[in-house]
Design a binder for this molecule. Structure first.
Ligand code: PEP
Ligand code: MG
Length: 592
């Protein structure tokens, strides 16, 4: 494949994941096979870095012992002796001591320090006159490449401390990368793979980070000083723009910013339709700071707190006490508004380094409520922490990825047992805490009557509902042409869930990403959804849309759409209706 020469302006077209425009310089969040990465290690991580080095040595040692065993079986005794030299080098205490000291002193990653060390060692050996010692260079090189290979397998780059406005180019982003990115001011993400409702995409959206995926990184040869423009509205990546392109994009960026600011002033307005139908507009949050935006935009509370984000970048589940402190902070920061804490949704694309599940199909495996029911100690401590936090605010609890009502009942039984224990211990909690369930698996949608009987509220997780209904991995950009929330099957399932919730007199919300997409707003209201829970940043856009709709026309739209036969037809209709409602410049903000 020809590598683009981007001395001149070069344009690449990928898939738009999160809209917005970014201008900055590139940061490569991956490294090629023959490259030794170099990055800084924060003081607090030095111990782990040394441990990573030791583990790589141990792994290499085991490999060599295995090779020796095989050679012995084959009768190749000379070979066994050669590898004995390798083992001696790995065991050399002086080398280990010097290397570990160098990691601590330089505060750099183990591969980089190791690379420097080996080069120096080779240089010293080559200066020796004794032929036997010089021969040792070959062994050192062999051992070094084995250790380096093992080190690189465990390397974990971090987005925690990247330069402001950097445009991060990565092969892929896992949720913990994205969670780390929450702490910094990243300009944009560009990846080879990643779908619109992948968790990295959700985080990017919650932070307003433009994101383009489906870009072949082998096609570009980026240099440190390059200027890059990311247009998250149409998926364009522009490398080394001409002065004319650059100034056009700078102007467009400012224009979009001011459009968004204008929309954000709608805070004091009621969330209601033209004909005064009130809608609850809540937020999906992952970190505490997002509650500030909920208040700024006058959201009605938190419809989904993805609690697993408190541990995705940790190496263990937090204790009951640690969780209690965190949930208490959230409950207090909600300042009287309701907050739905969803129990850990680990597994799937959110493994967390400490959740050791080895499965061929993680999305169909031990995820969320399944993991928690199989690990009752972890589950019980989370339930206790949530219950204890409920005296500090309007806390509700919700279970994710429940496929059958029996799982809901099992989870509720554990909750009630923990309530009884707290009673005995004299610890306060809200005895009437509301319990809800996510409906995000087709089996749960189809048997929704069973769920509605046992819940105080339901929340439709369309991100997973689409994935499981259409059998398309939500993170797989290549299959994304099949991943479509406008598919008639999904719309009909939402209608079924709403009917059962209404029949049982309980509220139902939508908390998947379509709740943030204003093209779906009228349809969802028309289907009878009472509450939309979206990324806090999108509250103004969705509120602005709600205020332009009448509930009567929304019901008519829903009726029309329920009678349509293909997602293409539905998508076209939703876009047309949306464009009639809002001015062009607002459409621009959500153009993907
Ligand atoms: C969903 O599946 O729609 C949802 C909101 O949950 P998550 O995106 O965290 O899986
Ligand atoms: Mg989900």
């Amino acid at each position: 494949m020809a590598v683009l020469d981007h001395k001149e302006e070069a344009r690449l077209k990928g898939s738009p994941i999160c809209s917005g425009i970014a201008i900055g310089s590139p940061l490569l969040f991956y490294f090629s096979e023959d490259e030794i990465p170099e990055f800084s290690i924060p003081k607090t991580e030095i111990k782990n870095e040394v441990l990573r080095y030791r583990n790589a040595i141990e792994k290499s040692r085991k490999e060599v012992v295995q090779i020796q065993k095989q050679l012995e079986l084959d009768g190749a005794i000379e070979g066994v002796m050669i590898f004995e030299t390798h083992l001696q080098i790995m065991k050399d205490e002086q080398i280990t001591f010097e290397l570990e000291a160098a990691i601590c002193k330089k505060m750099k990653n183990a591969e980089y320090v190791f690379g420097l060390f080996i080069r120096d060692y080779e240089r010293k050996l080559s200066m020796l006159t004794d032929e036997m010692f010089r021969e040792k260079i070959r062994d050192v090189q062999d051992v070094a490449s084995r250790i380096l290979r093992n080190l690189k397998k465990s390397v974990k780059l971090s987005l925690a401390e990247v330069k402001e406005n950097a445009i991060v180019f990565a092969k892929d982003l896992v949720p913990s990368d994205a969670a780390e990115a929450k702490k910094t001011h990243i300009g944009a993400f560009v990846t080879e793979v990643g779908g619109k409702t992948s968790h990295a995409a959700i985080i990017a959206r919650s932070r307003g980070i433009p994101y383009v995926s489906n870009i072949n990184l082998n096609q570009i040869d980026l240099k440190k000083g390059d200027v890059v423009i990311i247009d998250g509205r149409n998926g364009e990546v522009i490398i080394n723009p001409t002065p004319a392109t650059l100034s056009a994009y700078q102007a467009l960026k400012n224009q979009l910013k001011s459009n968004l600011e204008k929309l954000s002033t709608s805070g004091n307005l009621l969330t209601e339709t033209l004909d005064s139908y009130k809608v609850r507009l809540t937020a999906n949050v992952e970190v505490l700071e997002e509650l500030q935006l909920v208040h700024k935009y006058r959201g009605d509370g938190v419809g989904l707190f993805r609690s697993e984000y408190i541990c995705l970048d940790q190496n263990r589940f937090p204790s009951e006490e640690e969780q209690f402190e965190i949930y208490k902070e959230f409950a207090k920061a909600a300042n009287g508004l309701p907050i739905v804490i969803r129990t850990f949704d680990v597994g799937g694309d959110k493994p967390g380094d400490f959740v050791k599940i080895n499965e061929a199909n993680p999305f169909l495996g031990c995820r969320a409520i399944r993991y928690m029911l199989q690990n009752p100690t972890i589950f019980r401590s989370q339930l206790r922490a949530i219950l204890r936090s409920s005296v500090y605010g309007q806390v509700k609890v919700m279970f994710p990825m429940v496929s059958g009502a029996f799982e809901l009942l099992e989870a509720k039984a554990l909750l009630h047992e923990e309530m009884k224990k707290l009673d005995l211990e004299g610890i306060a909690y809200d005895k009437h805490i509301k319990v809800g369930c996510m409906i995000e698996i087709p089996s749960a949608a189809i048997t929704c009557d069973e769920f509605a009987k046992h819940c105080d509220f339901l929340s439709i997780g369309t991100n997973d509902l689409v994935q499981y209904s259409l059998a398309v991995d939500r993170g797989n950009q290549i299959m994304s042409y099949l991943y479509n929330p406008a598919d008639p099957s999904v719309i009909r399932l939402i209608k079924m869930i709403v009917i059962e919730a209404n029949r049982n007199g309980i509220p139902v919300s939508v908390c998947g990403e379509i709740a943030a997409d204003p093209r779906f707003t009228a349809l969802l209201l028309g289907l009878g959804v009472h509450e939309l829970s979206c990324t806090a940043r999108f509250i103004p856009i969705v509120k602005n849309t709600i205020r332009k709709i009448s509930i009567i026309s929304a019901c008519q739209l829903a009726e029309t759409i329920l009678n349509m036969h293909s997602y293409k037809e539905i998508q076209k209709k939703l876009s047309e209706e949306y464009e009639k409602l809002v001015p062009q410049e607002v459409c621009h903000i959500v153009a993907n």
